[in-house]
Design a protein around this ligand. Structure first.
Ligand code: ADP
Ligand code: MG
Ligand code: ZN
Length: 634
């Protein structure tokens, strides 16, 4: 193991401390004059024989210096030879006498005067007090600091003190009530994991024909889709102990801790087999070693932890019934070594739920909630494409809280609507006041989006428009309701999406003759879509079928995945791509301009209606978009 910088500093610091301590104890012991304890009678004898030079009186003892040769030599002590070597005075002249309480006060002084002994009083500083304040307390403090450092260093370099214990939690069946019934909407993942549970329950059945039980199962999926939940359910169903530890807990400031934790975790798990080890957020330790150049030490630490993990996974035998489960939402950064067979050889994709899955999850979480009779969870599910299980759980909870605040007896549809808006766009900010002009612009902008969506063949229908500011940046919002989940988009659908995105900006331009900063996000998304069409989907004749840019991410789903990473094409191609992207955007903008110019009357009247009501949905929205007379006019 390569010693690490901060570790080296700590250890030399510790050595210096210890050395200083030992030296100073030795010194005070060597340099202190040797003393003998003599009885009071002997003291008086010496005094009367004028063999005493001076004394100091304290309450309990007399400490004195005898004239040379007056005192008998004490039995030789351990340090004598050392003293001689150091050349210190061999003659013992210092003595102590224990005083007889309350007896010798007056006459002792007189006697001392008579024999012309120099004498003085002295405040009692007992040996024990000296020891306590001079040594014990400072030492205790130092040892305390030392222990603290050791704890941080953990069991890495010095295993003697076993501070590197793993922080994992162990759950028993009793506390772990999670079962597969608590997970909904991820049926494929569930089916795969049920098989794992079966491995744990009947290992013999699978090994009968010589098969090998998988060692590791990697749950892969976006955040909040229920990976942690699934792992707990596996343990709950399999009726075995469940060790859980988050990847980030392995990575500590000090080198060696992570590796020691891994070792400890596996040791304990082997004792408890059959059991499940669950490592959440595996990417925190399992990052590819190749590309990482962390700050000093960070890299080293993770590498050691990862190596330890790999070694432990190789070192045990899954027939003993230890299965390692791990979860990550970034499989693409994991080290290849983790993914090869014999380690995490099973990968279970836990994807975002589809509309039926969402309904099932909503139903699951609504079990504990009093629902109003008109609540249709299917409609809520249809309104929440792209939501993960955690978002849906959150919506149910928010809705229940909202209804409770309004002192309702049950949670109604309106509460769910509001909860969705909250989760989608943050809290409603009625307190943010927009000027009349700003509201005007926002209304036209949003109506522009909606009107384009209404008038192109392939856009998702608009379901709600609002100019109530929400979240951090949104001043208004146009909600489109996909009629189904989309996994595939055709070229004309993508073009219509871009058209809808450009609708806001074009509407501002048509009505005001100028544009505001409000379209920033729209343009970003529109260019991204256009760029994807050119570089990923081969939808541009000039660029052709080749794809460009970074490796497509695992969860690339129609629109929305970011670009970036390394460019794998030439300057020339880059220019053509840029031109093509611009061409798509310009072509679409012209089309949008055509649509909105033709419908300018509708745009203006509908925007006015939107400004009046702040939110338009349902039939009123449909009528406004179709240019039918509004309630106000009727
Ligand atoms: P992940 O680990 O994938 O990020 P979690 O398992 O921590 O997500 O999910 C967080 C919470 O969201 C869960 O405790 C659960 O309440 C809810 N949840 C997520 N997915 C599901 C699901 N498929 N079924 C039921 N509840 C879910
Ligand atoms: Mg999790
Ligand atoms: Zn917009």
């Amino acid at each position: 193991m390569k010693p690490h910088l901060s570790q080296r500093i700590q250890f030399s610091l510790a050595y210096v401390l210890v050395a200083a301590l030992v030296l100073s104890i030795l010194q005070s012991w060597l340099l202190a004059p040797r003393t003998v304890e003599i009885p009071m009678s002997k003291f008086l004898e010496l005094l009367r024989a004028d063999k005493i030079e001076k004394v100091a009186l304290t309450e309990r003892e007399i400490r004195g210096l005898a004239k040379p040769g007056a005192l008998p030599s004490p039995p030789s002590a351990a340090g004598d030879r050392l003293r001689q070597l150091l050349g210190s005075d061999d003659d013992v002249r210092v003595f102590t006498v224990t005083r007889i309480p309350g007896v010798e006060e007056q006459w002792l002084i007189r006697e001392l005067e008579q024999h012309q002994v120099e004498f003085a009083g002295k405040i009692e500083t007992t040996f024990w007090k000296d020891l306590l304040f001079g040594w014990v307390i400072p030492l205790a403090v130092m040892i305390g600091i030392w222990m603290f450092l050791m704890r941080r260093v953990g069991g890495g370099p010095t295993q003697a003190l076993s501070f590197g214990r793993s922080k994992h939690k162990i759950f028993d069946r009793k506390e772990l009530k999670t079962t597969f019934n608590d997970v909904a909407g991820v049926d494929e993942a569930k089916a795969e994991l049920i098989e794992i549970v079966d491995f744990l329950k009947n290992p013999k059945k699978y090994q009968r024909l010589g098969g090998r039980i998988p060692k590791g199962v990697l749950l892969v999926g976006p955040p909040g889709t229920g990976k942690t939940l699934l792992a707990r359910a596996v343990a709950g169903e399999a009726d075995v102990p469940f060790f859980t530890l988050s990847g980030s807990e392995f990575v500590e400031m000090f080198v060696g801790v992570g590796a020691a934790r891994v070792r400890d975790l596996f040791e304990q798990a082997k004792d408890k087999a059959p059991c499940i080890i669950f490592i959440d957020e595996l990417d925190a330790i399992g990052k590819s070693r190749a590309g990482s150049t962390g700050f000093v030490g960070g890299h080293d630490e993770r590498e050691q932890t990862l190596n330890q993990l790999l070694a432990e996974m190789d070192g045990f035998d899954s027939s003993k019934g230890v299965i390692i489960c791990a979860a990550t939402n970034r499989p693409e950064v994991l080290d290849q070594a983790l993914l090869r067979p014999g380690r995490f050889d099973r990968q279970v994709v836990v994807d975002k739920p589809d509309v039926r899955g969402r309904e099932a999850i909503l139903r699951l979480h609504a079990r504990a909630v009093v629902l109003g009779p008109e609540v249709a969870l299917g409609v809520i599910a249809a309104r929440t494409p792209g939501f993960a299980g955690a978002d849906l759980a959150n919506i149910v909870n928010e809705a229940a809280l909202l209804a409770a605040r309004k002192e309702k007896n049950s949670v109604e549809m309106a509460d769910f609507e509001e909860a969705i808006d909250r989760v989608v766009a943050g809290l409603e900010k009625r307190s943010r006041v927009l000027s009349e002009k700003e509201r005007d612009i926002v209304a036209h902008h949003e109506m522009g989006h909606a009107l384009v969506a209404f008038n192109v063949p392939n856009a998702d229908p608009v379901h709600k428009i609002t100019i109530i500011p929400r979240g951090v940046a949104a001043l208004g919002m146009t909600y489109q309701l996909p009629t189904e989940d989309r996994f595939l988009l055709t070229r004309s659908e993508l073009e219509d999406r871009i058209a809808v995105l450009l609708g806001g900006r074009v509407a501002e331009e048509l009505v005001y003759g100028e544009i505001s900063t409000g379209a920033h996000n729209d343009l970003e998304r529109a260019s991204e879509l256009a760029r994807m069409m050119v570089t990923k989907y081969g939808m541009s004749e000039r660029v052709g079928l080749a794809t460009f840019g970074e490796r497509a991410s695992l969860f690339l789903r129609g629109a929305g995945a970011g670009l970036g990473g390394e460019r794998d094409y030439s300057e020339e191609t880059a220019r053509i791509i840029d031109q093509e992207v611009r061409a798509i955007l310009e072509r679409t903008q012209d089309r949008v301009r055509g649509i909105l110019t033709a419908k300018k009357g509708v745009l203006v009247s509908a925007a006015a209606e939107l400004k009046r009501t702040e939110t338009l949905e349902g039939d009123r929205l449909r009528r406004a978009l179709a240019g039918e007379p509004t309630e106000a006019q009727a």
